[in-house]
Design a protein around this ligand. Sequence first.
Ligand SMILES: [Zn+2]
Ligand SMILES: [Zn+2]
Length: 356
Amino acid sequence: MTTTETTTTTGTAEWPTGTMTAAALRRVGDVGLVEIPVPEPLPGTALVEPVLVGLCGTDLELLHGSAAYVRDGRVRWPHVFGHEWVGRVVALAPGTSAHVAEGDRVVGHTMISCGVCRACRSGGRNNCSRLTEVGLYGQQGAAARYIRMPVHALSAVPDAVPDTEAALVEPTVTVIAGLEAVRCGPGDRVLVLGTGTIGLLATQLATRLSGAVDVVAVDPAGAELALGLGARRALAPDDTPPGAYDVVVEASGADAAFLQSLRAAAVGGRIAAIGVPSTSVGPLDACDLVLRGISVHGVRHGLDHYDRALALYASGALSARGMTNPPLPLDRVADAFADLARASRPAPKVVLAPQG
Ligand SMILES: [Zn+2]
Ligand SMILES: [Zn+2]
């Protein structure tokens, strides 16, 4: 990292023009390469070349057309996806002052908040009513030669954080928000459902915070990874003790898992619901929920936690060990989505290297 919080820079490097290659969802079920114009400089923006782009279940839902953003018409085709990424700043738009400089490594924030709505003005950028989200709707994603980003939505990556870890920062901020919402702390008995990226990150961080994390794993490789990253026990869904956990993190998105997380919570238990089920779940026993004093926190994102996430990786408190597959070049994007659709793969995170 060549800049600090207080450094202000303005651009001198030339902003490329012409066209560029991007990986795009061309319509539901069809992914491939497209040639699109290099974004033009706008005041307050930087042009960044993405180095690694992680894919997640949301990208697969976009491809399948089941994502809310597709169903409600916010996605425009061709859709350049990619919301989990690390890159290098190529140029700043003329006259732009920034806390990052040309050549810096950066991670980009997914949510671009408006700064002027009621939520933004009261300190709740995460709940902005006029959001756009990079790679999801309203903003081109990072699976491309270049991405244009507002400089306020970039966080500089410390030298100690390798690209593979920086590419995991986006899901990490949601995990931080979830564990904050449920006030995960010393002595809490914690259960994490799921051993995908979110589940493994939650396992690592909750182990640091509480010291006692069990995971629910459906595949042996995921169980092994979670145990290697600090979990105390890996349980099959049917072996999970009911009423035994102060904190439950639902990180799987499996349709049955939300109700399972309610059953696993102890009296007064707190649930962080991060996984997004594909259908409505039920029947929900509201009587049980009230009488046992269970609180459920839907976790949207963690827009304010990017720098904290980077600091956790820089200090070694979080690790990407075993979590990431070897990166694929952009022209193998169809293979990347095929890997993403496979229930079992060597590591949970599928990664593209747009410059490779
Ligand atoms: Zn994601
Ligand atoms: Zn707003």
